[in-house]
Design a protein around this ligand. Structure first.
Ligand SMILES: Cc1cc2nc3c(=O)[nH]c(=O)nc-3n(C[C@H](O)[C@H](O)[C@H](O)COP(=O)(O)OP(=O)(O)OC[C@H]3O[C@@H](n4cnc5c(N)ncnc54)[C@H](O)[C@@H]3O)c2cc1C
Length: 88
C-alpha cells in the first residue's frame, strides 16, 4: 500500500537507472455547458429560448464535437442569428 496516496502499489520501481519526465495537466475540452438550439440560442431549464443570449464552443453542452471547428461554427451561427434578431 502506498501510504502517501492511499493506493495499492501495482508496480514497484526498484531497479536503477531511474528516469523522470515533467508532465502538466490541461483541460482540452468540455462536453458540459449551456443548452443551445440550432441557432446557438441558449435555452432555459424548461427548454425555452432566453431572448438575446447566444452561446457556443466550450461554453455550450451537448454534441459530440469539440475544438476550434465547433467554436468557429457556433460563433458563425450565433453571429448570423444575433445580427438578424437585431435588425428584425
Ligand atoms: C492544449 C490544448 C490543445 C488543443 N488542441 C486542439 C487542436 O489541435 N484542434 C482543435 O480543434 N482544438 C484544440 N483544442 C481545443 C480548442 O482550443 C478549444 O476547443 C477552443 O479554443 C474553444 O474555443 P472557445 O471559444 O469555445 O473557448 P476559449 O478558446 O476557451 O475562449 C473563451 C474566451 O473567453 C474568455 N473569457 C472567459 N471568461 C470571460 C469573462 N468573464 N469575460 C470575458 N471573457 C472571458 C477567455 O479568456 C477566452 O479568451 C485544444 C485545447 C487545448 C487546451
Amino acid at each position: 500500500m502506498d501510504e502517501d496516496f492511499e493506493k495499492p502499489v501495482l508496480h514497484r520501481i526498484e531497479t536503477p537507472p531511474f528516469y523522470a519526465a515533467a508532465a502538466s495537466i490541461r483541460v482540452l475540452d468540455s462536453y458540459g455547458g449551456l443548452r443551445i438550439n440550432g441557432k446557438a440560442q441558449v435555452l432555459d431549464t424548461q427548454g425555452e429560448v432566453i431572448p438575446g443570449l447566444y452561446a457556443g464552443g466550450e461554453a455550450s453542452g451537448g454534441g459530440s464535437q469539440h475544438g476550434i471547428g465547433r467554436a468557429s461554427v457556433h460563433g458563425y451561427i450565433a453571429g448570423t442569428y444575433a445580427a438578424q434578431e437585431r435588425s428584425a
